[in-house]
Ligand binder design. Sequence first.
Ligand code: NAD
Ligand code: UDP
Ligand code: UDP
Length: 310
Amino acid sequence: MEKVLVTGGAGFLGSHLCDRLIANGADVLCVDNFFTGTKSNIAHLLDKPYFELMRHDVTFPLYVEVDQIYNLACPASPIHYQFDPVQTTKTSVHGAINMLGLAKRTQATILQASTSEVYGDPEIHPQTEDYWGRVNPIGPRSCYDEGKRCAETLFFDYYRQHQLAIKVVRIFNTYGPRMHANDGRVVSNFIVQALRGEDITIYGDGQQTRSFCYVDDLIDGMYRMMQSGADVTGPVNIGNPVEVTMLELAERILRQTGSTSKLCTRPLPQDDPKQRQPDISMAKRTLGWQPKVSLEDGLNETIAYFRRVL
Ligand code: NAD
Ligand code: UDP
Ligand code: UDP
């Protein structure tokens, strides 16, 4: 049985990944410090004999025996990663060093959950993996963006220096059940506001774009990346190329929830990227992967989830 470590396993993506790994017969060790993750995300797994939960902060060393590591530990929404920015950088950088050290000692294959934020506010569109990005190194988003960029650097240096088996995926905006109701991300904000009959908060003029991937598709891509041949290190973009403006997203969510909420505007946060869309040719070519779930279907699943939890 494959022994698989998932850091950040009690979070939104991590908990779905644990589900997938358990379903596929892996022996899963979920490590989390519960900064943004919750036990309720993985409570249904606690009585499975091959699921183990460990409270641990990845900025400290971890000595366990594993075959594969998925490194997801890191707050992902702007309000959470900006709450304690120094800790965010430590989590990405010290966390990567510790998990890479662990992979080196155990000869495990290690996958990094990187992000489209490494492209910053991009001047090429859609973003391909060879684009180096346009990131502000000293702004409010930098703790996250630069932390993730440095983690990628560490992964490739461990690969070149210590011949580690590395896999780097750059995840684009992902949504679905188990998103936090109040972590400020746009899909959860709009759905919660629509269901509560509150105003929908459009930041800026709402013309900025994002491309949203449903969580099941994302997990499938990440899983395929881990199974890929040793020559596949990435970075590989994983996301859904269907691009929408925030205004279009708001209108869609109003329609799909049947809500009568009104739109209101709020100031655009500093350094908010204007557009973002993944070029997924590499994922198609090397992983045989592409998203299957439409925005309409994915939003319906997510709306149904929030109706249950609110
Ligand atoms: P999340 O906040 O739900 O999950 C992150 C998890 O990491 C949480 O359970 C949190 O408690 C845990 N964590 C944070 N700091 C830790 C530490 N020091 N030690 C141990 N655990 C720690 O966010 P998510 O959306 O599930 O994101 C998971 C990963 O995917 C993150 O690395 C994020 O950067 C990346 N990612 C997510 C998206 C997205 O759209 N959701 C996009 C790009 C990248
Ligand atoms: N480390 C860990 N678990 C292990 C092996 C290493 O957490 O099983 C940590 C350890 O704290 C170390 C870091 O990973 O500081 C980097 O390890 P590496 O072997 O690359 O470097 P070194 O030990 O020489 O600093
Ligand atoms: N956004 C918005 N209203 C909200 C929350 C976010 O208009 O209530 C916008 C935000 O300014 C950004 C986009 O939605 O342009 C996506 O924001 P999110 O925080 O979800 O992701 P990220 O900016 O990290 O891609």
